[in-house]
Design a protein around this ligand. Sequence first.
Ligand SMILES: [Cu+2]
Length: 355
Amino acid sequence: MESPERTRASIEWEPNGQNNSAEVQELEHSRTCLRILGAAHCAASSGVFAGIGVVRRVPAKYHRPGSSRSSLLVTQPRTRRATRTLREVGYRSFTINGRMLGHGEPIRVKQGERVLFHVLNGSATEIRSLALPGHSFEVVALDGNPVPNPTPVPVLWIGTAERISAIVHMTHPGVWILGDLADDDRRHGMGIAVEYAGRTGKGQWIAPPPFKWNYARFAKPGATALSPDETFEMTFAKDNAAEEGFNRWTINGIAYPMTSEIVPAAFHLKTSKRYRLRMCNASDDIHPIHLHRHTFELTSLAGKPSGGILKDVVMVGGYQEVEIDFIADNPGLTLFHCHQQLHMDFGFMTLFDYV
Ligand SMILES: [Cu+2]
């Protein structure tokens, strides 16, 4: 199954409001992805993952000089907006912590504070972006795991069910909108006001400069992964509008059946071994891939080695190849799936077991 022809799409994405389309990615089509992987189903796609949270006290593990507060935000689209010939889910309104922008209380801050935001993308289907005019986010943790190289970025880019912890130094007094870069979605609620003490008025929005999201920014410089005991090849593919107008998704050519039948595990693990999943996305969609019951390390992003970033959801871009390593340290049936609900529900899921 090894092929030098696999895609090396760019690992950097530009959040621009085209949240689930290939347009958010910089693609290099010089190579072709030959294999196809399927998708799976994640139990965590319920309301638990809805919203953005603000933490007022920075936990010890994120402490740096001057860290003073933290903040948690949850983002969640509310209602369906439209269907098209190729059937998809859309939304009419959006919320952060249960409130549309313009409703509910602002996040109140003071000049000079460092506020830790825990951001959780609670959408079942959409990738979200987040910016706060005049401020940057120092990303300190991904999916709850501290990153080796905390780095300030102007925009957060968050796949379905991903979590980002980031510290914002409050140095730009005013009333600002912490919101999604997609103008239409922000106008329909995807934002929350951040209000400095002594300031009043309507929240202001200023679009951030162009920025490309890349997990590698937060990796350990120069780090390389240990060799795995075994590598599983996975190719993700799409059958356009194959299921009543919805796309059908496959992993290595197999769509997980959405029936009550018991499906045998497709991948077998031995306790304590280190496994690598080499995931090749043969579609133009971004897939937030999730492995249950284990934490994995990002070891290669679009062909570039990476080390030290631990996660449990990773966005695999269109025609991109990503490798993740994990230790088989939690015996039992383990689900693997795309966290985009419409992908998971139409085949994008598979099972691991322990032998
Ligand atoms: Cu997907």
